[in-house]
Design a protein around this ligand. Sequence first.
Ligand code: SF4
Ligand code: SF4
Length: 289
Amino acid sequence: ERGKHGRPDWLKARVPGGEAYREIKETMRGLSLHTVCEEARCPNIGECWNNRTATFMILGNVCTRSCGFCAVLTGKPTELDLDEPRRVADAAKKMGLRHAVITSVNRDEQLDGGAGIFAATIRAIREEVPGCAVEVLTPDFKGRRESVQTVIDARPDTFNHNIETVPRLYPAVRPQAKYRRSLEVLRYAKELNPEGLTKSGFMLGLGEVREEIIQTMQDLRDHDVDILTVGQYLRPSENHLPMVRYATPKEFAEYRKIGFELGFSHVESGPLVRSSYHAHEQTEDARRG
Ligand code: SF4
Ligand code: SF4
């Protein structure tokens, strides 16, 4: 079962390539934009980019937080780039995107946590690429309701905020976050726009156990979350939290089934799943559901 580098075969990354992939890479560099697809060395990059889905990382590439699983640098944040929304929309247009995911680092030093730039980015894409679905994957904005409102007022198709792990593991996995606060952010987003979809996700392999996983899924449903994503944690480096285990494809399939039973309208669960994987299909499915 183990392939090269000691990873199970089901986690072998595919080599990125193809026409669309190269085109998008050039566009990103030309506009000095960052994508999670590249920075997280996401194994799905070839598939997603060729399917015209990409995840932009706005608000810089330095984070004010230090989550134990995350490869993004922690430190003093960069200047806010007020022109970024326009460039993201420009890139989305050039790339002919069908589904744009906008995410960011945490900007805890900003009063609004960067919500204003999120909203401006959504609006800019709406204007430039009318057919493109827009999904935001936001920080918790320290639970600040005005910031959630600012983002929702720009009417994203999907509001995503990842819970990342079970509450017991928060001190190591998300030391500056609070489990309940993240749940509240999700509920508030739904309250503000019941027609919009809400979405969240977590990783397996950090030491969580089955009962905790199911409880977390239940908690998300209790806060009206529509779409769930479940993926495998992969340790970015020796300085990050150790990976406790590889969950098997069978377990992922089981959580998918449980998720549907709990009432999620779409569940994406598998070793290579990232929150934006198959994002376009997730949205369409959840809309139908
Ligand atoms: Fe990019 Fe998300 Fe696709 Fe990975 S799964 S390539 S981060 S859009
Ligand atoms: Fe990474 Fe987000 Fe945590 Fe920052 S808040 S360290 S970007 S996961």
